[in-house]
Design a protein around this ligand. Structure first.
Ligand code: GLN
Length: 310
């Protein structure tokens, strides 16, 4: 394990104060009614070092809905279960330049989703797990718990039901994929696993810990467990950089310069390889579905520590 920097707590407090100024300019996701109730005033940030150090600010120990950040865990699990050759035949590795829940591109590109982080690609990844395992959700939870080195991570079933009740777009994507021959398990089964993976509840501290293996060549430094090969960690980080924030990914790379994954719950988890995993949470989103104050906080962090990957 490599030693990292000094105490980051004062810096995180400073970043929180500055990033909070963006609150009021975005909108909490309301297309999943259970998320619409979350206070826009919440703000948390956690930075975990590959040496086991942890620094937090604000609401870093309050659980929130990880939503699309879960797609990183399902990707890792699917690669493990079906292998990379099989998975990459069914999903691409290019940025989409389209909204995360777009149907248009899928239709014009004959059922091959651009990448595993847009909803179409994530549904294919979830299908790969669903079609090959008896208890896909339990398997996924086990995998997230190992990544985070924490056993009590759970699914917020109310959020899962809320999304299922209003999930017409995702159902449309799943049916389109099925008609295009790129979904193996029954549509209802895939959607049910997908809504539950998105409804996993975690804190900023949990998520930063869970992203630590990506920062340390596949090993979870807290437990010493090897969770993936260094090559797989590198490849997932590359996908985060090019596809992790949907059609906002270019602007995010320009402003922040750190591989990251966002979710409509307002979380963004980020990786500085060899040094830190970071998670920030602020529920108000920009028009592309990425946390507004969260992006600002990561921009400030990269600038003040001079720790981008560039
Ligand atoms: N569950 C959400 C959806 O499928 C996830 C989207 C996101 O976090 N960007 O719409």
């Amino acid at each position: 394990m490599t030693a990292v920097e000094t105490d980051l707590t004062p810096l995180l407090d400073e970043i929180e104060a500055e990033a909070r100024k963006s609150i009021g300019r975005g909108k909490v996701a309301d297309y999943i009614p259970a998320l619409a109730r979350i206070s826009p005033e919440r703000f948390g940030m956690a930075v975990c070092g590959v040496d086991g150090s942890e620094y937090v600010a604000g609401d870093a120990d309050i659980c929130f809905s990880i939503q699309s950040i879960s797609k990183v865990f399902t990707l890792e699990l699917a690669l493990k279960i079906v292998g990379s050759n099989a998975l990459w035949k069914r999903v691409g590795r290019e940025p989409s330049g389209n909204a995360f829940n777009s149907l248009v591109q899928l239709e014009s590109e004959q059922g091959l989703p651009r990448n595993p982080f847009i909803n179409a690609g994530a549904l294919v990844v979830t299908d790969a797990i669903t079609a090959r395992t008896v208890s896909p959700v339990l398997q996924l939870l086990g995998s997230v718990r190992r990544c985070a080195a924490r056993q009590d991570i759970y699914i917020d079933e109310e959020v899962a039901h809320s999304e299922a009740d209003h999930g017409h777009r995702n159902a449309a994507i799943a049916h389109l994929l099925k008609s295009q021959g790129n979904l193996v398990a029954p549509v209802e089964d895939v959607l049910s696993v997908y809504y539950r993976q998105c409804a996993i509840a975690m804190t900023c501290r949990d998520l930063a810990r869970a992203f630590l293996p990506l920062a340390s060549g596949g090993q979870q430094p807290i437990t010493g467990e090897k969770l993936m090969t260094p090559l797989r960690a590198k490849r997932i980080n590359s996908l985060l950089l090019t596809c992790g924030l949907y059609d906002g990914v270019g602007n995010f790379a320009f402003r922040v310069g750190i591989p990251a994954k966002s979710g409509v719950g307002g979380g963004i988890a980020a990786v500085i390889p060899g040094k830190y995993a970071i998670c920030v949470w602020s529920p108000e989103l920009d028009e592309l579905g990425n946390s507004l104050a969260g992006t600002r906080a990561l921009e400030l962090f990269a600038r003040k520590t001079k720790l981008s990957i560039f």
